[in-house]
Design a protein around this ligand. Structure first.
Ligand code: NAP
Length: 253
């Protein structure tokens, strides 16, 4: 185990479950101190943190709704207090909503979707840049934003507001990558296809992975671990000349 002072620190938003949890486990194995953010799942986060700690890792669970600026600022203050550094950010927290057509959707739904998926990622990235950039006297870092295949497919008749929010994330990844490219920070994205997590049940479609699998060239849904592999690689020095890119993890879809 590294000294706490030498250990790189990563914040994974929405780290309690699904892709976020798989990413936390892999990053802990890779030697990072892992800050596991969650919205509501305290018991699940505690369990995840315990299993990381039992394996010799360093971890901290922090509740914050990423759409709430004051909560995010408190979360970053807690990271500053415990670790005094931040080397990597995974903007993973995200939500879908019930299947609907545009002419059935409310503005309140769109605002929630964009507040969490887009503004939440932008607030976290802003706070991360302040703690990573050479412009602010720090040593650089890496950011990975979670997009979705929906950004390219559009998700008609299902949740095109979600697809639009992920399209915004794709543009944000390109722009921020260029903005901080000379400041030691790489910014990339991962665009998962249909991945076996709870998110589909939260959108009222618990069997969505099985339903969509026949449309996937590889004829199956992906696992959270397969997405985490791409995230961890993009954060690693193996991706040192890669910035402003979003990788499809879609089984060819
Ligand atoms: P998931 O299993 O539903 O988990 C969502 C995570 O986000 C949970 O940790 C949840 O925390 C957290 N979260 C939700 N709202 C939050 C908020 N306002 N503030 C902080 N945390 C919040 O989702 P997933 O499938 O792993 O998806 C992770 C990311 O991948 C999302 O950005 C999603 O859009 C993207 N993605 C997923 C798929 C897929 O097929 N699964 C495909 C494409 C893209 P709690 O546990 O506390 O609720």
């Amino acid at each position: 185990m590294n000294n706490l002072a030498d250990q790189k620190v990563v914040l994974v938003t929405g780290g309690s479950r699904g892709i976020g949890a798989a990413t936390c486990l892999q990053l802990a194995k890779a030697g990072y101190a892992v800050v596991v953010n969650y919205a509501a799942s305290q018991a699940i986060t505690d369990k995840l943190c315990q299993s990381i700690a039992l394996a010799g890792g360093t971890t901290l669970g922090l509740q914050a709704d990423v759409a709430d600026e004051a909560q995010v600022l408190s979360m970053f203050a807690a990271i500053d207090k415990k670790f005094g550094r931040l080397d990597a950010l995974v903007n993973n927290a995200g939500v879908v909503d019930m299947t609907a057509r545009l002419d059935e959707m409310s503005v309140a739904r769109w605002k929630r979707m964009f507040d969490i998926n887009v503004i939440g990622s932008m607030i976290c990235a802003r706070e991360a840049v302040k703690r990573m950039s050479t412009r602010h006297g720090h040593g650089g870092g890496a950011i990975v934003n979670l997009s979705s295949a929906a950004a390219k497919l559009g998700s008609p008749g299902q949740y095109l507001d979600y697809a639009a929010s992920k399209g915004a994330i794709d543009a944000f990844t390109i722009g921020l990558a260029k903005e901080v490219a000379t400041e030691g920070i790489r910014v990339n994205g991962v665009r998962p296809g249909i991945i076996d997590t709870d998110i589909h049940a939260s959108g009222g479609l618990p069997n969505r992975v099985a339903q969509v699998a026949p449309q996937v060239p590889m004829q199956r849904g992906g696992t959270a671990g397969e997405v985490a592999n791409a995230i961890c690689w993009l954060l690693s020095d193996a991706a040192s000349y890669i910035t402003g890119t979003t990788i499809d993890v879609t089984g060819g879809r």
